[in-house]
Design a protein around this ligand. Sequence first.
Ligand SMILES: Nc1ncnc2c1ncn2[C@@H]1O[C@H](COP(=O)(O)OP(=O)(O)OP(=O)(O)O)[C@@H](O)[C@H]1O
Length: 198
Amino acid sequence: MGKIFYIMGKSSSGKDTIYRKLQESENLKLGRLVLYTTRPIRDGEKEGQEYHFVDEAKYFEFDKAEKVIEARTYQTVYGPWTYFTADDGSVDLSKTSYLAIGTLESYQNLKAYYGVASLCPIYVEVEDGERLKRAIAREETQKEPHYEELCRRFLADAEDFSEEKLEQAGIEKRFFNKSLETCLSEITAYIKKRLIES
Ligand SMILES: Nc1ncnc2c1ncn2[C@@H]1O[C@H](COP(=O)(O)OP(=O)(O)OP(=O)(O)O)[C@@H](O)[C@H]1O
């Protein structure tokens, strides 16, 4: 059976960067499980790459059809943004393994939906000061930087990824993203090992 390799970490820990590199990796050949969001697309993002960018009506459509696996809404300074995973027919674990990005909460819900044996957590960590610098640098590249949202998210993450919650979710292994290259090679080796085991 295939596995869902689930990348998690606080904002600006490097999840998207790592996700893109692993997707490009010739020798892993992982399918993509793309989450949905109603938040506006950022400059440089592409539909279907980081997320499926949809409006609220689409979310309600999936919900009505009972196809929402997990959903969470953040009351941001720009209004409510919903992030969700939908059973949109793109996942077949009998055929392949997948790579996804999500939160600790969505990870727990996917475990309940697909079964604990199908999920494999990839938790990425960066020292807080360095992570904040990367977040600001990334925001500065945006046409309309959202600094308030950056601060809100930074504070919310401290709670959402508390040591207690990590322990509850059974996250033991951590991948430190100081050097991207080293972090990527450690994650790649880990995924290969887990693929052989499954
Ligand atoms: N090892 C690294 N060294 C320096 N910069 C890095 C490293 N890894 C990622 N970055 C940069 O840090 C910024 C944040 O990375 P990225 O957008 O991948 O984080 P993220 O975890 O997906 O954040 P979010 O959850 O907020 O979308 C980006 O500008 C990225 O280029």
